[in-house]
Design a protein around this ligand. Sequence first.
Ligand code: GDP
Ligand code: IMO
Ligand code: MG
Length: 429
Amino acid sequence: MPATSVIGLQWGDEAKGKVVDLLTENHDIVIRYQGGNNAGHTVRFNGRTYKLSLLPTGILQGHVKSVIAPGVVVNPKAVLQELDGLIAGGQDCANRLMISDRAHVICPWHLLEEAAFEKTRGGSAIGTTMRGIGTCYREKVGRFHAIRIGDLIHRDIFAAKVREIVPMKQLLLDALDPEGPKLNSDQIIEEYSACADRLRPMVADTTAFLLDALEQGRRLLFEGAQGSLLDIDHGTFPYVTSSNSSGCGIHSGSGIPERAIEKMIGVVKAYTTRVGGGPFPTELDNEIGERIRKAGNEYGTVTGRPRRCGWLDTVATRYSARISGVDSIAIALLDVLSGFDELLICEAYEINGKVTRDFPSRCEDLALARPVLRRVEGWSEDISGITDFSKLPAAAQEYVRTVSTLVGRPVELVSVGPDRAQTIMLNCR
Ligand code: GDP
Ligand code: IMO
Ligand code: MG
């Protein structure tokens, strides 16, 4: 079966966008199946940088159909804003996009509720992207006050739902903050219906479309958002996102059988970053972390927040590779590590005096984990122009081999710069 998937093995921002873009050439359909506009995927080619949030990265290539599948939560204004940005830049792409009528709609109250809840959590705030992702998923799972794209495109159905939901949401918002914002049903109905008029031609039963495409032998590429450690079930709960952002979400989010996926590629940044709260055993809250942040330009694509930086954690990435059954890994941003005399890689945790290679299920235990670090030789050369593995400095080659061994998977490609061309293809060396 001809489907491939790309997922992140850390806490997001592993360079999934770049890897998806590289693979798009050999695929016919690119599918986002979870998350929403909390994602920020960066792609660079021909001297231009593109930042995709809700749109599948495949939207940039003319031969590809891009699909937003049922498991995604869609902010209608955000999707149109993103499309308009691309159209203004000369990309005539609206007719290449298909949005599932089963996908759920992010409404204004989701954003307001999230802001109020995060404020209430104070020091233990999740540090979300404030896009209404978690509050929208909560209503989907609760099956109450939920609106799907299939409802949005029918004005009467949508209006009736808004009029039923808004008074109850206002009660909740007022209880959280009596001085807080007030929802206006008429305004919401008008604004969202105007979006619906533009989105209607793109709305379809994407599940039927993808199942037919599979039977016709068309090549599908699944684009994961966030990272496996942010997975609602398998990540560092509660400091996670609200969807299955490991490989576990592909089947449920797209409606495509798991066995259709021939190859699952896990993207690993050559070090670790995290945005928002939650435990991070290899974090470098010091000048080394600052140096990595500067060299890797580690600031959030969506929110601009500085990303927390640390050494590569292979306990975490090995766990991620195993839960999703990853076939191979792509190691990205290796160039950022140039110039260090030595590099450290976490190969185990010590928790309460016990050394383990298992990733703890409770984030309270992860917070106690002291990384057991392996020292490896660094390299001084600029490697950002190298496209042949054998031309990398010996220490950089050894770093890649060590990561592969510790994660337990062969390496598919190594990325040495943001541009499409700055890539070393290894074909599972
Ligand atoms: P994603 O969310 O997983 O798609 O990753 P992001 O796009 O949020 O973050 C990755 C960042 O690293 C982006 O700014 C990319 O342009 C950049 N990038 C990707 N690959 C490389 C690389 O190999 N080297 C460097 N220096 N930057 C890279
Ligand atoms: P991409 O696809 C990095 C993080 C947020 C927060 C937590 C929950 O670009 O890798 P949410 O808004 O989803 O409820 O926030 O998850 N987060 C990401 N971190 N990359 C992302 O996406 C992220 N999407 C969400 O910072 O800690
Ligand atoms: Mg990102």
